[in-house]
Design a protein. Structure first.
Length: 279
């Protein structure tokens, strides 16, 4: 399934012209970030780089990634990323060589995603009003989802409230008042109270459970993401359909894997707990 998606995406990329080419490149940058973080983590743990490259997401592969395999220290990897990869502008703006240690890996990931989402958002605003109308709400939701997750995952860690603020993307519906409130949250219940101020996010925190058949917060986020991506197909002459196509295909793959695992493990009572796309 993944190979089919990669083949189709690469075919579209080879046939397109600008600015669609740059738009499609932006889609791949998120996978590049995950691949780079995987390589940094592996380097810190002295893992074999060729083994790590085999685990990288195909959409996040780029010609210079192979040259990173010769890096044996975080410093060498940092210099390679700055010089050779499409992510160089994101690294240069926010991360130094001294940041490359195990404690900072997730901070680096979130900082890169912040830079990436803000850059992608501003690029979409320059691609015409229809593309902006479709893509900006999708990217705003992604930014807000990351803000909620950063806040929740920071509880019980060394991440301070000031550090949180630096990781929040500044393009979502939560910006700026909601992000300020999230930065002051000390537990999950306070996060829920912040979400209650926003009509789009209040339902996502309702009826969340951990039992069989219950929906998690992650499930609710996926459902919202699917809804926004489906809306991309309701308009014409814009680039958002390419982004939505990739994201909906990924959700379709997650659904198929979930159903397959339920069958293999004989948990058929949970088989309907997937995220429906077109009902």
């Amino acid at each position: 399934l993944k190979e089919k998606l990669i083949t189709e995406f690469q075919h579209i990329r080879k046939q397109c012209v600008e600015p669609l080419g740059t738009f499609l490149d932006y889609i791949t940058y998120s996978y590049m970030i995950d691949n780079i973080i995987l390589l940094i983590t592996g380097t810190l743990h002295e893992r074999d780089m060729h083994e790590l490259l085999a685990k990288c997401h195909p959409l996040g592969m780029f010609p210079e990634l192979g040259s990173l395999s010769i890096a044996s220290t975080p410093a060498e990897l940092y210099n390679s990323v700055l010089v050779d990869t499409p992510l160089a502008p994101f690294f240069l703006n926010c991360i130094s060589e001294q940041d490359l240690d195990e404690l900072n890996i997730e901070v680096i990931r979130n900082t890169l995603y912040k830079e990436y989402l803000e850059s992608f958002y501003h690029f979409c605003q320059e691609c015409g009003p229809v593309t902006a109308d479709v893509m900006c709400p999708i990217l705003e939701f992604e930014a807000d989802r990351r803000a909620f997750n950063i806040t929740i995952n920071s509880f019980g860690t060394e991440l301070t409230k000031d550090d949180r603020v630096k990781l929040y993307p500044t393009i979502g519906k939560l910006y700026p008042e909601g992000l300020g409130k999230l930065a002051e949250c000390g537990d999950y219940d306070e996060v829920v109270r912040v979400a209650e101020y926003y009509a789009d996010y209040r339902p996502l925190f309702d009826n969340i459970g951990t039992g069989s058949g219950d929906k998690t917060l992650e499930d609710k986020f996926f459902e919202r993401e699917v809804h926004l991506n489906k809306l991309a197909f309701m308009q014409q002459f814009h680039y958002g359909v390419f982004y939505a196509y990739v994201k909906l295909k990924e959700q379709e793959m997650r659904n198929i894997v979930w159903i397959s695992e339920c069958i293999a493990q004989r948990h058929k009572s949970k088989i309907d707990n997937y995220i429906p796309i077109f009902e």
